[in-house]
Design a protein around this ligand. Structure first.
Ligand SMILES: Cc1ncc(C[n+]2csc(CCOP(=O)(O)OP(=O)(O)O)c2C)c(N)n1
Length: 274
């Protein structure tokens, strides 16, 4: 019996997104379902893991396995799942606050551990869910938050450069206003054997209406994706934060737990009995 190919809409759950009108995350959801359909990944082979935030709601809108965990811990949960179920395509998703602030330490170590998973950060340079505080990627002089009325005043976190320094082998940046470019990047990230990091510039029209001009600011990487870390460092040094494309892709040793033998719940209980 042949199984009918899945279409993008087959990966959409019947839960209606509660994102604000114009939120860039709608386009990320749609690009992701298209990438999954393009790859022909069966729904029962995909798992989406998130922390907390508007963007972290995404797993609820995808018709696959999903886990909506605690703030900043998407990568920890995703790593545990991948260790236990290496057969699954594991995707961690969330926002810049979730991933680079409270989850920043997990981001660094996920990059260097290089488990085979995809990490999609919908970067809107703000904490959307908690109504618009500055995040690590907010510029130093953004003054629209009552929490930082004079601007955060600190340098931005540079997710792509930091991922490279921490040892990630696949680093890309997409834009929700370029859905077909984003679909291609997401498909390549899911296919990549190792930790694939995708920063998606995904505007929050509610708290960052100034991002309307992102459309004019983004520009595609002119060079072919490089597998040379020194060349990638040069690209990222010159990067204005708006360069889209696959910025670095090199296959590196993938970490997996040595002992895949699984214990029964009874055996685990026995081991921990006092
Ligand atoms: C331990 C903990 N601290 C703080 C919060 C409050 N909180 C919920 S979402 C969030 C930030 C979300 O921002 P981001 O990850 O950028 O996602 P967005 O909502 O912008 O998509 C914060 C601080 C929380 N839920 N748990």
């Amino acid at each position: 019996m042949t199984v009918a190919a899945l279409r993008a809409k087959d990966y959409k759950s019947d839960i209606k997104p509660v994102w604000c009108p114009g939120c860039g995350d709608f386009a990320v959801l749609s690009a992701l379902t298209k990438a999954l359909a393009h790859l022909g990944l069966p729904k029962e082979r995909a798992a989406l893991i998130s922390g907390i935030g508007c963007s972290s709601r995404l797993p609820a809108y995808i018709n696959a396995y999903g886990f909506h965990g605690v703030h900043g811990r998407a990568l920890a949960a995703a790593s545990g799942l991948k260790a236990a179920r290496p057969d699954l395509a594991v995707l961690a998703v969330g926002g810049d606050g979730d991933g680079f602030s409270i989850g920043g330490n997990h981001f660094l170590h996920a990059c260097r551990r290089n488990m085979d998973m995809t990490y999609i950060v919908m970067d809107n340079e703000v904490y959307g869910m908690t109504k618009g505080q500055a995040s690590p990627t907010t510029g130093p002089d953004w003054m629209d938050s009552k929490m930082t009325p004079h601007g955060p005043g600190v340098r931005r976190f540079q997710p792509a450069a930091i991922a490279l320094a921490a040892g990630a082998g696949f680093i890309a940046r997409g834009f929700s206003g370029d859905p077909s470019g984003l679909t291609r990047i997401l498909a390549a990230a899911i296919e990549y054997p190792g930790f694939a990091f995708v920063q998606v510039l995904s505007p929050c029209p509610t708290f960052r209406p100034d991002h309307r001009d992102w459309k004019e600011q983004v520009h595609g990487l002119e060079a072919e994706p490089t597998g040379n870390a020194v060349e990638a460092a040069r690209i990222l040094q010159a990067d204005d934060g708006m360069t889209t494309g696959i910025l670095y892709a090199e296959e590196l040793p993938v970490w997996q737990p040595r002992n895949q033998a699984s214990a029964s719940i009874a055996e685990i209980e026995e081991e921990f009995r006092l």
